[in-house]
Write a protein that binds this ligand. Structure first.
Ligand code: F58
Length: 830
């Protein structure tokens, strides 16, 4: 106790005494050198770039941890209700620059380093980002962490510390190839390992029911193996003061090896067991079409969920609270169904480990969770086969059966018919029996939300229609948002300062204040400054394109950009078909109305997704053809930028003129790249899909290039029996472009290379490219026309930015607080 009090005294002096952990140039310089010499033990002559980066990261981490500690103390003081964000993926992006921005010490740090003849930008470049996610969903989780911290929400993000993140994409002979992402290779200065925060997680084996002496029914789980999860904490800063923690779990063997075994052979076997345990958190699964049946993936999900819930219960009890008020103190947000086994796990913990009765346990559980759905694609809705689930998590399968039987009974009492009941059951009886995780999440949660207005509506009227009819008040929408501090203030400093000069800097905490820019949209002087910023950003991107893709691009061209995971529904190949059309027009000598354009693509394809990989091959083939054709390459350039990640994204968005958001309507749940582009002044060409709808609403139809069918029209086309072949036959443009695919003009002269794409488009065309093709091309003509009118383009670009206020993740988090979490932000003292 005495000892603790003196620590406390020391803690509270941190920060009050500026010399302890100051923000001045001199403090930063001193601490940086201190880290370099005492932490890294470096002789100046042998110092590497990575040493410099690590020393600076540690200097900044001290400050970040201080914010975290002070925020946590104040949350505890207020006994505030908190949020746990459960996500199998986080994509934080590089930490260093973002933390400097949030701590408001960017300039001081730059100067401190300059005095040592060091360049901050060069050091920032050294950081290898944690690629612990696939795309939008993981990035969203990280945007939300920043906003929760900024707003003073008592929150923690729980996830998995994958040793290898999303694969590194390389392009070899035009094809994607995958390399392992060794992001931990040079160490990770941002995390704090907490060996004392660890929990045991059971797998396999069998259950045994019994009755206690007091006559109470109980179940014991005798697992086949036990694995330990250890916490690794990374501070995530909000803007200006607050800090929260992203707690990622790493799997380890319970004992490093079994000491009771002495002979050599068994010694090695025991070590092998340790290795096997560590497998669980080895690698992130790329979003392959078919994840079901992947035993290790189910283990990952259960592993992190179990550690996280045990941790929360531990913290809850530690604070002297009772377990039956758990749901009053915590809300757990399930980021898609990946953590949805949590519903069964919390039941198990309450029933089996804390002796609770079913009704009490269910009350707590079903008032703790809220579920966010991120997809309507039927093939992406998670299901786990009964046989796999029963083998890995026998107790959970029993609990799911019990939850289901009580739920179905409720439906029967309400008078639902057999067909409806079968549709809603947690168990899918078609083919191999499986648990529908979206149903488990929906039944076990007090709120369910989609991620854009359109998506939430489709969720209610289609995918989860039966549930929405049963519990209309359970369903709600929270439109996604993006961390505008990272995706504008940090990554587009030129535009950020231009805006701040004009309207001040309150936009950093209130993006709606961008409205004030509207009145400058028509101002020629401002337009010119605006244009200059864009041009500078484009020049910077050109360097990257030359370096990474070997393509020289003229920064004066229209930068027409599509960056996102490669997927047929996102229709990267629609853009490619149009590029081929333009190419053929120029070859015919009819290209005078075409604006000189650089078509830029980036994105990863799931390693097992053949069509997506073929689309990449198509892009690189078209790039080869066009970039090397003297007749065309002053007018058109095509670039595939390899290995798209957060770091690259930050260089791409600020340089885009046109943002491509061209998914088939009804397929993109929201999209968030669409917001990042518009925030940086790109105009959008897009369908009425996901959040595009709301973006268009905000910026005005006249400032958005809308094309293609609506969701209803798409469904109508399908209902009537879509025959893409008719488009091929009747539209000579389409025929010419498609025939070109299999003419041998592309990809080393092999006419069969793109045959699968050709066949797919003329025979199925599941995503109705051919149906939307004409409308897309027509819109592109409008784009070209507007591009010729510089000042009108700039005016619309300014208006787009001015009207992006809604799409800050700060707004999304406020929506979650009000409509789902019932959590109040805590006003924090520094
Ligand atoms: C994305 N989903 C949606 N999933 O596609 C996008 O529209 C939305 O804006 C975004 O979520 C945020 O709400 C997405 O990124 C994945 O990456 C899954 C990861 C796990 C395997 C299956 C795909």
């Amino acid at each position: 106790k005495e000892h603790n009090r003196s620590i406390e005294k020391y803690f509270s002096s941190i920060g009050e005494n500026a010399s302890e952990i100051g923000r001045s140039k001199a403090d930063i310089k001193k601490d940086f050198l201190h880290k370099l010499f005492y932490h890294l033990g470096r002789v100046p002559a042998l110092t590497t770039d990575n040493d410099l980066y690590t020393a600076l990261a540690l200097t900044v981490r001290d400050r970040a941890l201080r914010q975290f500690v002070r925020s946590t103390e104040q949350f505890a003081e207020k006994d505030a209700r908190g949020v746990a964000y459960f996500s199998a993926e986080f994509l934080p992006g590089p930490h260093l620059g973002n933390n400097l921005l949030n701590l408001e010490i960017m300039e001081e740090t730059r100067q401190a380093l300059a005095e040592l003849d060091l360049d901050l930008d060069h050091i920032l470049e050294q950081e290898v980002e944690p690629g612990l996610g696939n795309g939008g969903l993981g990035r969203l989780a990280s945007c939300y962490m920043n906003s929760m911290a900024t707003l003073g929400i008592p929150a923690i993000g729980y996830g998995i510390r994958y040793e290898f993140g999303i694969f590194k994409q390389e392009i070899r002979e035009g094809w994607q190839s995958e390399a392992t992402d060794k992001w931990l290779h040079y160490g990770n200065p941002w995390e704090v390992m907490r060996p004392e925060i660890s929990y045991e997680v059971k797998f396999g084996g069998r259950t045994e029911a019994g009755t206690s002496k007091e006559g109470k029914y109980f179940v014991e789980w005798h697992p086949e193996s036990v694995i330990k999860g250890t916490a690794y904490d990374t501070p995530i800063l909000g803007y200006q003061s607050n800090g929260i923690i992203m707690r990622l779990w790493k799997a380890e063997a319970v004992e490093s090896f079994d000491f009771s075994i002495y002979n050599m052979g068994d010694y090695y076997r025991a070590v092998e067991k340790k290795l096997r345990s560590e497998n669980i958190t080895k690698v992130l699964y790329p979003n392959d079409e078919n994840l079901s049946g992947k035993e290790l993936r189910l283990k990952q999900q259960y592993f992190f969920v179990s550690c996280s819930l045990q941790d929360m219960i531990h913290l809850h009890l530690l604070q002297g609270r009772r377990l039956n008020e758990f749901h009053e103190k915590f809300s757990v947000q399930l980021n898609d169904t990946h953590p949805s086994i949590a519903v069964a796990e919390l039941m198990r913990l309450l029933l089996d480990e804390h002796d609770m009765e079913w009704d009490d346990a269910w009350h707590i559980t079903s008032h703790t969770f809220a579920y966010t759905n991120h997809t309507l694609l039927p093939e992406a809705l998670e299901k786990w086969s009964i046989s796999l689930l029963g083998r890995i998590l026998p107790r959970h399968l029993e609990l799911i059966y019990e939850i289901n039987s009580r739920f179905l009974e409720e439906l029967r009492e309400k008078g639902l018919n057999g067909e409806q009941i079968a549709r809603m059951s947690l168990i899918d009886d078609h083919g191999e029996q499986a648990v529908r995780m979206a149903h488990l999440a929906t039944v076990g949660s007090y709120k369910v939300n989609g991620v854009s207005a359109l998506h939430s509506r489709l969720l209610k009227t289609q995918v989860l229609n039966d549930f929405a009819k049963l519990w209309p008040e359970k369903f709600t929408n929270v439109t996604n948002g993006v961390a505008h501090r990272r995706f504008l203030a940090l990554s587009n400093p030129r535009l950020a300062s231009l805006i701040t000069e004009k309207i001040g800097d309150q936009w950093l905490t209130d993006l709606t204040s961008f409205r004030e820019l509207e009145k400058y949209a028509g101002d020629p002087a401002f337009q010119q400054q605006w244009r200059k910023v864009k041009l500078e950003n484009k020049k910077e991107l050109c360097k990257l394109l030359a370096e990474r893709a070997g393509v020289e691009v003229d920064p004066a061209m229209l930068f027409d950009v599509q960056v996102k995971r490669i997927h047929e529904y996102k229709r990267q190949h629609l853009k490619v078909l149009h590029i081929i059309d333009l190419y053929l027009r120029i070859k015919d000598g009819k290209g005078e109305d075409i604006a000189a354009s650089a078509f830029i693509f980036a994105g990863k394809a799931a390693p097992g997704y053949f069509m997506a990989k073929l689309i990449i091959r198509l892009i690189t083939a078209v790039a080869d053809l066009i970039n090397n054709d003297e007749e065309v390459n002053r007018k058109l350039k095509v670039v595939f930028l390899p290995n798209f990640n957060v770091k690259q994204a930050q260089r791409v968005y600020p340089a885009a003129d046109l943002s491509e958001q061209i998914s088939m309507a009804g397929k993109e749940a929201s999209g968030t790249g669409n917001m990042k582009f518009a925030l940086n002044g790109a105009l959008t060409i897009g369908t009425l899909d996901g959040a595009n709808v709301e973006i268009m609403e905000e910026v005005g139809e006249e400032n958005f290039f809308l094309f293609g069918q609506t969701t209803e029209e798409v469904q109508e086309t399908k209902r009537k029996g879509y025959r893409p072949y008719e488009f091929y036959e009747e539209n000579s443009n389409i025929r010419r472009v498609l025939d070109f695919l299999v003419s041998g003009a592309l990809g080393e002269g092999d006419p069969e290379l793109f045959r699968p794409l050709f066949n797919n488009l003329v025979q199925q065309d599941q995503y109705q490219l051919l149906k939307d093709f004409r409308s897309y091309c027509e819109k592109k003509e409008e784009v070209f026309k507007l591009w010729a009118n510089e000042s009108e383009w700039d005016r619309r670009s300014i208006l787009n930015v001015a009207r992006m206020g809604k799409f800050s993740s700060d707004r999304s988090i406020r929506d979650y607080c009000e409509n789902i979490w019932n959590v109040e932000p805590v006003r924090l003292r520094d």
